[in-house]
Design a protein around this ligand. Sequence first.
Ligand code: SF4
Length: 302
Amino acid sequence: MLQTIQNAIIELAKSKQNLAVNIHLTGKCDMQCIGCYARFGEDVKSKPFSITQSDWVQVIDNIYKYTSGLNVKINFVGGEPLLYPYLPHLLEHTKNRGFTTSIVTNGSLLKRRFTELNGLVDWVGISIDSFQENTLRKLGRVTKNKTLNYHEIVPLIHDLNSKLKVNTVISQHNWQEEMTHELMSMKIDRWKVFQFLPVVGENDSAVSALSINEDQFLYFYQQHASLKPVIENNDEMRGSYLMISPEGRVFDNAKGYYSYGASLLEGNNKFDIGGDGFSTIKFLKRGGSYDWKTNAQIGAMK
Ligand code: SF4
């Protein structure tokens, strides 16, 4: 059942569940993944960032105001969040507000920005869809015409003393890939495996080339079950994420496309989605509420 964000927050607080809020700082990215659903029409060079650093501080302060009583993780995502120059300042402000901090990155800029991040990020998520050069190129996971060596990047995350999350999107190009051996050597705290998600208006041109069916998704899961991945199929991904757009607006994907609601830049508005909604049941079912320190799943809502 879809509901307003405010009702979801009340329900989660009553049941002592945690909440993750995903802030899409920018749609800019230095990669060109063909299935990307988070570019928001932004080009890495041509447009300025949508809102200012002080606007983002206000967004974070409004989230703080509207989520009192909840243990919240703020997850800075993109596009590529490490392209945002003031990310360390926002992470610091987020920590000062008592939130758990997290980023999800493609990994290309981690080395360059390593010292700025030290001590500020509780969780670093890195997107690893394949360990094979050909597959990474087919997916568009390339920057400056090079693919990344994830075995060089992941140790940086351990050196930050951040918990390590790996995100893997399963599509036609990698559903038969065997990743167990490579991933086992990385000391991962949480591995999330997603079925490639078509989002109308965002990645339409890649849908026929990347979509897989439930059986293919299940096959990948079964081949990797020993690593106990947290898996999400298309239905589980829809209406179960609380997301903020690069303009500071709440948005959702409940109906398979982005639906935009209230801006968190306005002082007295409610933290509400205004679009199609959010489902706490789906959020909990996909394992969205877990202990940010120990990674233990929090029990189902009563
Ligand atoms: S790295 Fe992530 S944000 Fe960048 S193009 Fe690829 S999927 Fe999109």
